[in-house]
Design a protein around this ligand. Structure first.
Ligand code: FAD
Length: 300
């Protein structure tokens, strides 16, 4: 089912993001995680697209296997990084042949140590070009990324929004946000986006905090901020894994419930390939928003 249709059912979508493991043992572990989370009836799952060649094949394989093996709708991520148009076409063709219906079209990050994104000479410079290409040549439903706290490379939030509008005008049918920990950032962002005439659904991306050092590393790279009070509390608990996990889960649960109550179209969980934190949060969400079948059969 196309995600755009799924989002128009009037019920919140629940989705999980996974990354392709590097080895067979990782694949087995991920299958267990997906199996455990599949019981919670997600609307769709997404698989990220890495810089390395082998995990790229894993992305296509995983995303193509999930619907037949787990009965869950899928979203394949694809980046422009290091690929010519012909190489991207080869991947897009493989995805379509294997029955994938949804694509998250991304630019990708510069490789570690490189400050600037360098487009492939025969490829695309920005995600909006990939979106336009896919919409023009393929039947896939296309989504894109957006940044409530502004993309770290952008000189201003106004310019970032201007480029977001270009991406949506190119054919992007839904957006998933970068992770954030303060819901007000999402609500303010959505208001500004709507004021620009962008009407597509904006799914908030939520990452439950499970480790202080890990979340400090992630937020430094992606530019998301942790509210001062939460950060202070986390730093006090730093060495107590269980206490950090409890606080992270409690914060994310409160975030998700408020987002849904105030009209967010769904929640996209950055799972980091682990199930316990997401399971606990989703159990709370499902007590308020029990799953139901969409007319086309997917869970919403
Ligand atoms: C939900 C989500 C999923 C992600 N999944 C992956 C993944 O699977 N693999 C991966 O490698 N990375 C992934 N990323 C990270 C993403 O690749 C980076 O954030 C990257 O730096 C930007 O990607 P984008 O698609 O938003 O780029 P773009 O939309 O191209 O934007 C990048 C920057 O360029 C500016 N810009 C955009 N269009 C133009 C234009 N036409 N002219 C000039 N400037 C422009 C924007 O303002 C922004 O500053 C994901 C991010 C999110 C939020």
């Amino acid at each position: 089912m196309r995600i755009r249709e799924l989002l128009s059912c009037g019920r919140p979508s629940i989705s999980f993001e996974f990354f392709p493991p590097k080895d067979e043992a990782g694949v087995r572990r991920l299958e267990q995680t997906i199996g455990s989370l599949a019981e919670l009836r997600p609307s769709f799952v997404s698989v990220t697209y890495g810089a390395g060649g082998s995990t790229r094949d894993q992305t296509i394989d995983l995303v193509a296997r999930m619907r037949p093996e787990f009965g869950i709708e899928t979203l394949a991520h694809l980046t422009c990084l290091g690929a010519s148009r012909a190489e991207l076409d080869e991947i897009l063709g493989r995805l379509e042949r294997r029955g994938v219906e949804n694509l998250l079209a991304l630019r990708g990050d510069p490789p570690a140590g490189d400050l600037r994104f360098r487009p492939h000479p025969e490829g695309f410079q920005h995600a909006n070009e990939l979106v336009a290409h896919v919409r023009g040549h393929y039947g896939l439903c296309v989504g894109g990324a957006c940044y409530p706290e502004t993309h770290p490379e952008s000189p201003s939030s106004d310019l970032d929004l201007f480029h977001l509008k270009q991406k949506v005008d190119a054919g992007c049918e839904f957006l998933i946000t970068q992770l954030f920990f303060d819901n007000q950032k999402y609500f303010d962002f959505v208001s500004r986006v709507r004021a620009m005439g962008i009407g597509v659904p904006i799914i908030p991306g939520i990452m439950p905090i499970t480790s202080v050092s890990q979340i400090e590393r992630f937020t430094k790279v992606c530019g998301a901020t942790i509210p001062h009070a939460l950060l202070t509390e986390l730093r006090m608990l730093r060495d107590d894994h269980h206490a950090v996990l409890s606080l992270g889960v409690a914060h994310a649960t409160a975030q998700c419930l408020e987002l849904l109550q105030r009209g967010a179209p769904g929640i996209h969980f950055y799972t980091l390939n682990k199930s316990p934190a997401t399971r606990t949060i989703l159990t709370a969400i499902r007590s308020v928003y029990p799953p139901a079948r969409s007319p086309a059969g997917s869970w919403v």
